[in-house]
Design a protein around this ligand. Structure first.
Ligand SMILES: Cc1cc2nc3c(=O)[nH]c(=O)nc-3n(C[C@H](O)[C@H](O)[C@H](O)COP(=O)(O)O)c2cc1C
Length: 376
């Protein structure tokens, strides 16, 4: 499909009228986001990613969101040990699909902005306006050491990211050669052609959790990922409303997304049994403990009850809503998120390719009937 109108509003709508956008999160990494030893765990191979993207594109899934991960976590099974670089991954998938929006997840401190801007423009032309940027500042020390790049202290990471995104936006819009003289970036006589597809620019998202990260997203981005409340839907709705009004105060609209882990089976009982199986019985606890240690969450640093809770939560990747149920239950929970004002959700499971057909056959039609997704 040739995107007829690649305006920023059209890009933000992902070229459709679905009130609740649904995306797949993490398929560029082996295991995806499931820290599990089950034999059917996700390969992360290019062949499987290609099949998945085409299937998702045909089924009307709205977006694919990769994880920018450079170094696997080790452990007995090497969780996320194999990862495909996300801009090249997105380019390949955009060339092979026609509707779906595909993000690249880019670590600002690791990518020279001139190279990154051009790579992303290239992906955007390949996808005719369907490329999106997930800008991340990084948190994993070991990854940065591997590059020989020192992590800045937390606030300064976002100061750097601010210059980086300002420079990128200029390269995407400025017709004349320009100099960029920032605190960190000093670029001379910058010339960047072509511009993004359709004379606009790719969607930009961020998922900062800290106050600084959130402020960065609200100021600079078209989409922001919030943590769903584990307490109530009302609390989620209040968070969403606060982000939207803060973005309006900056003079722009923002889509508010969240993350979910879906285990959907024909019956509630089957779903709960499988969830217990992959996320508890066969969880890869060695990898979980490794991830927690990187984040300085150990029995020595936090109270034991909190440590055990985090340990349990991290088998499903880092954060997200567990959605476990039969198609009615899963569709109901997704529709509730839409009613709370969320624009969309990035979901994962155990094996994306094996699970997507059931989700598309059973959950998407229910969402259509509930009025949160367009009839197809
Ligand atoms: C949906 C989502 C996607 C993310 N993707 C990545 C990623 O691919 N690579 C990464 O290093 N961090 C990723 N993060 C982490 C965030 O960018 C951010 O660093 C983290 O939430 C901590 O927030 P802070 O930077 O404000 O402290 C992601 C977080 C979320 C919720």
């Amino acid at each position: 499909m040739h995107a007829p109108d690649a305006s920023l509003a059209a890009r933000m709508s992902m070229y459709n009228g679905n009130a609740l956008k649904i995306g797949l999160f993490g398929p560029n990494c082996s295991f995806g986001r499931a820290v599990t030893r089950v034999p059917e765990r996700w390969s992360g191979s290019w062949a499987d990613n290609l099949k998945l993207a085409r299937m998702a594109d045909d089924a009307g899934i709205d977006f694919l969101l990769p994880i920018g991960r450079w170094k696997g976590y080790g452990g007995d099974y090497d969780y996320q040990g194999e990862t495909l670089e996300t801009i090249t991954w997105a380019s390949g998938l955009l060339a092979s699909t026609s509707r779906i929006t595909v993000f690249g997840t880019v670590h600002a401190p690791l990518f020279n902005p001139v190279i990154a801007a051009k790579e992303m423009v290239t992906a955007d032309h390949i996808g005719e306006g369907r490329f999106g940027l997930n800008i991340v500042v990084g948190w994993n020390e070991g990854e940065f050491e591997m590059f020989g790049v020192a992590q800045r202290e937390h606030e300064a990471r976002y100061d750097y990211a601010q210059e980086w995104i300002d420079a990128i936006k200029l390269m995407w819009s400025e017709r004349e050669d320009f100099d960029f003289a920032g605190q960190f970036l000093k670029l001379k006589g910058v010339r960047a052609k072509p511009k993004p597809y359709g004379g606009t620019r790719p969607l930009i998202m961020n998922a900062g959790a800290s106050p600084t990260g959130q402020a960065f997203a609200i100021k600079n981005c078209d989409a922001f990922f919030v943590r769903p409340s584990r307490v109530s839907l009302d609390e989620t709705a209040a968070r969403v409303a606060a982000v939207k009004s803060a973005a309006r105060a900056h003079g722009h609209e923002i889509g508010v997304y969240t993350v979910g882990v879906i285990t959907c089976k024909p019956t509630q009982q089957e779903a709960e049994a499988y969830y217990q199986h992959w996320s508890v019985e066969l969880a890869d606890w060695s990898a979980v403990d490794g991830i927690l240690a990187i984040k300085n969450i150990t029995p020595q640093t936090v109270p034991l009850a909190e440590f055990n809770l985090k340990r349990r939560q991290y088998t499903e990747g880092m954060g997200g809503l567990s959605i476990v149920g039969d198609p009615d239950r899963v569709a109901g929970q997704l529709a509730d998120l839409s009613r709370a004002g969320l624009t969309g959700i990035a979901v994962s499971g155990v094996n994306y390719l094996e699970e997507l057909p059931f989700l598309c056959a059973e959950v998407l039609p229910r969402l259509e009937r509930m009025g949160v997704r367009e009839k197809r």
